[in-house]
Design a binder for this molecule. Structure first.
Ligand code: GSH
Length: 216
C-alpha cells in the first residue's frame, strides 16, 4: 500500500534535517519502505483539508490506505510494529526499546524544545537571560542523566532500535546550540546515528526537497 507523509514545502531549518518528518523518513528508510511526500506551505497546514489529517495543523502526517496518523512518535511506532528492523523480537527487549521511544519524546525532548522557544520567541523579553539560564540548567541535568546511562555503549539498549532513532533526532536539535559538545559520548552516539545509511538517505531526500523549493 502506498505511504504518503507530509513535510514542510520549505523547511525553516533550511534542510538541516531537524523537522519531524525526518524521523518518519529515517524509520521508513530503515525498514526499506518506499514513500511519497506531500509538501505543505505554512498556510496550507492550517487549512481544513490538512486539519482533517492533523488536528493541530502540523507536519508530519502519515497516510497508508485509509489509515491516517499524526505525531511523529506514533508514526515511527506504527512503522516499527509493522516492519522488521526497528524493534527487537524478544518481548522484554521490545518493551524496553518502546520505553526509550517514550523517554526520548516525553522526557528528553521537552527541555530541548524549551531552549528553542526561549531563543526564538522570548529573546526580546526582559527576563530572557534568567529564563535561558534555567532552561540550560534543566537540559544539562536531563541530558547528563542520559549521558550517564549510555556510558560507552553504542546504543541505549543493545541493538539500534526505534528508541535510538527518536533519541538521536531529539539530540540533533541540541547539537546546533553547541550544548551537545559537553557530552562526548552523546556526540558520538548522534554521529553513529547520522552515519547509518538509512539516516543519510532520509537526510539527502529532505535536503533535496528544500533545495528544489528554494530554486523554484
Ligand atoms: N509532537 C508533534 C509535533 C509536531 C510539530 O511541532 N511539527 C512542526 C514541524 S517539526 C510543525 O508542524 N510546526 C508548524 C506549526 O506548528 O505551525 C510530533 O512529534 O509530530
Amino acid at each position: 500500500m502506498t505511504i504518503t507523509i507530509t513535510a514542510f514545502e520549505r523547511s525553516p531549518d533550511r534542510g538541516k534535517g531537524l523537522a519531524r518528518d525526518m524521523r518518519v523518513r529515517w524509520a521508513l528508510e530503515e525498514v526499506g519502505q518506499p514513500y511519497n511526500v506531500r509538501f505543505l506551505s505554512f498556510s496550507a497546514m492550517k487549512e481544513p483539508a490538512h486539519r482533517t489529517l492533523h488536528p493541530f495543523g502540523q507536519i508530519p502526517t502519515y497516510e497508508e490506505g485509509d489509515l491516517v496518523l499524526f505525531e511523529s512518535g506514533a508514526i515511527v511506532f506504527h512503522i516499527a510494529e509493522h516492519h522488521a528492523g526497528l524493534l527487537p523480537d524478544d518481548a522484554k527487549a521490545r518493551a524496553r526499546a518502546i520505553t526509550w521511544m517514550f523517554a526520548a519524546l516525553g522526557t528528553v525532548e521537552p527541555p530541548i524544545l524549551d531552549l528553542q522557544v526561549a531563543k526564538f520567541l522570548e529573546g526580546d523579553k526582559p527576563w530572557y537571560e534568567q529564563r535561558l539560564a534555567l532552561v540550560q540548567e534543566r537540559i544539562r541535568r536531563r541530558v547528563g542523566e542520559l549521558s550517564n546511562r549510555l556510558g560507552d555503549a553504542n546504543w541505549l539498549d543493545g541493538e539500534f532500535s526505534a528508541g535510538d532513532l527518536l533519541m538521536v533526532t531529539v539530540l540533533l536539535r541540541l547539537k546546533v546550540s553547541g550544548m551537545l559538545d559537553e557530552f562526548p559520548n552523546l556526540t558520538a552516539y548522534v554521529a553513529r546515528g547520522e552515519s547509518r545509511p538509512a539516516y543519510k538517505r532520509a537526510f539527502e531526500a529532505q535536503l533535496a526537497a528544500f533545495k528544489a523549493a528554494s530554486t523554484s
